[in-house]
Design a protein around this ligand. Structure first.
Ligand code: BES
Ligand code: MN
Ligand code: ZN
Length: 496
């Protein structure tokens, strides 16, 4: 992470920095920081409110350069919208806009007073955490494979201080650990598939584990080992690619000895062409993000380790590439999964569930986990259902579903539940195997979840379909780092 965060209690009118951030509500309602700046600078904000230059509209930004009477070089005024309806979603929105505007300024340091704004139901640790995370998010630039031509888009910001006292320190520490996990996830997911292949993911996990001494164990199963163990479903998907599959297993034992671990499993398809059921050309490049679930569970694992959470945690990542080839698996193949269930492949593009089912079986058999949560860019149908705002959540365990929804609300990394009723299971009936790998036209996100549910019987398990939330679509769309915050918060809540 390039950005350094701290807490400060200096007064806005006298703090010595390149830029301060203060909030203004609609109808000229100044926050206390804005009011102090305004009176020190002889009404510079109020005058602009009267002239209509500062409206207070949510997310709007106005830069005042070197106002007289104020020590800071710049004052960035952020519109907060109406004070009456101000809530946590608005706080996040204005934090993002403030961070974006700040990132465009040629400043190396800044002090934000937005963290003093009252958010109903949330304390200052929460406000500092969200402010730090949004600032970090906005400052992220992908540069691994090119030098950005536009110098003005480069971030010079290095130090940001948030108004807040010692109470907020834990919020800030948590944000820094989380930001590191999110950054790992975004960077890994943004890499092109000719770099980020299964072996590369395994190396990254190994490198992280090595850096932690004996706190973290990393094991990587190769295709020979998986063949020996019977990963027939995962290996079928991998067969079309020269990039051999890997199963990455990370373990963090920082809870009570003997306590069953929590387990995260993430879909790691480093590129999804669809295989023999080839995808159409336009937009296929976005399928480099099909390892977003793997990147996210690894990022959440990293955040948990950095926070030194007192938990036993395992993270399992099936990493494969889905390619068409003379040796690729085909529609109508019947394959035998690690669980012993046979699967009729009706579409080689429904590959995520085929690697996850073996990874889930392995996780359950090896670790006897307390709870398993998988994250996967699993279905286009989930994007149709929920769009980019909510992750699709499926679980037969109401308490677990409620925990995950609550964690998502708290971090504004939200999930929305879809049913996993048995009524849908018949869509997976096959005349040639125990189960088919697709469930027909309707309820595609749910039938994918139903497929996974066949391999998690007896487990306390939830599935997160992040097809709509893992990256921002379009030519310049970047990985979002979701649902690292949700997963990490869920873990934090387990030990609270
Ligand atoms: N990786 C895709 C799902 C996906 C599609 C994610 C678009 C994000 C955007 C997955 O492997 C897939 O291809 N799913 C198929 C399933 C179908 C064949 C039943 C899909 O959604 O079309
Ligand atoms: Mn696919
Ligand atoms: Zn896929």
């Amino acid at each position: 992470m390039t950005l350094q965060f701290s807490l400060g209690t200096a007064a806005p009118e006298t703090v010595d920095t390149a830029c301060i951030l203060v909030g203004v509500y609609e109808q000229g309602m100044l926050t206390s920081a804005a009011a102090r700046v305004d009176s020190a600078a002889e009404g510079v904000i109020k005058r602009q409110v009267e002239s209509g230059d500062i409206t207070g509209k949510a997310g709007s930004t106005t830069l005042l350069f070197a106002p007289h009477g104020v020590t800071a070089k710049r004052v960035l005024v952020i519109g907060l919208g109406s004070q009456k309806t101000f809530d946590e979603a608005r706080y996040q929105k204005v934090s993002i806009e403030a961070a974006r505007a700040l990132g465009k300024l040629p400043v190396a340091d800044a002090v934000s007073y937005l963290t003093e704004v009252d958010v109903p139901g949330r304390d200052s640790a929460w406000r500092v955490r969200i402010a730090a995370l949004t600032t970090d998010h906005a400052a992220y630039r992908y540069t691994a494979t090119f030098k950005p031509r536009d110098k003005s888009k480069q971030v010079t910001l290095t130090n940001v201080s948030f108004a807040g006292n010692a109470d907020a320190q834990t919020g800030l520490d948590q944000a820094c650990a989380l930001a590191a996990g999110i950054e790992f996830t975004r960077e890994l997911a943004n890499l092109p598939p000719n770099i980020c292949n299964p072996a590369y993911i395994a190396e990254q996990a190994q490198t992280f584990a090595d850096g932690q001494g004996d706190k973290v164990d990393c094991r990587v199963l190769d295709h020979v080992e998986m063949e020996r163990l019977g990963f027939g479903s995962l290996l079928a998907v991998a067969r079309g690619s020269v990039n051999k599959p890997k199963l990455v297993v990370l373990e963090y034992k920082n809870g009570n000895e003997g306590d069953k671990p929590y387990a995260f499993v993430g879909k790691g398809v480093t590129f999804d062409t669809g295989g023999i059921s080839l995808k159409p050309g336009p937009g296929m490049e976005e399928m480099k993000f099909d390892m977003g679930g793997a990147a996210a569970v690894l990022g959440a694992f990293i955040a948990a380790v950095k926070m030194e959470l007192k938990v036993n945690l395992v993270c399992v990542v099936p990493a494969v590439e889905n390619m068409p080839d003379g040796d690729a698996y085909r529609p109508s193949d019947v394959i035998t999964s690690l669980s012993g269930l046979t699967i009729e492949v009706l579409n080689t593009d429904a590959e995520g569930r085929l690697i996850l089912c073996d990874a889930l079986t392995y996780t359950a058999q090896t670790f006897h986990p307390h709870t398993i949560i998988d994250a996967a860019t699993l279905t286009g149908a989930c994007v149709v259902a929920l769009g980019k705002h909510a992750t699709g959540l499926m679980s037969k365990h109401d308490d677990l579903a409620a925990e995950l929804i609550a964690a998502g609300e708290k971090t504004l990394d939200r999930a929305w539940r879809l049913p996993l009723w048995d009524d849908y299971q018949v869509q997976l009936d096959s005349g040639f195997a125990d189960i088919a790998n697709i469930g027909g036209k309707s309820a595609g996100a749910i039938t994918a979840g139903c497929f996974l549910s066949r391999f998690t019987e007896g487990q306390r398990w939830a599935h997160l379909d992040i097809a709509g939330t893992a990256w921002d679509e379009g030519r310049k769309g970047l990985a979002t780092g979701r649902p690292v915050a949700l997963l990490t918060q869920w873990l934090m809540d387990r030990i609270a």
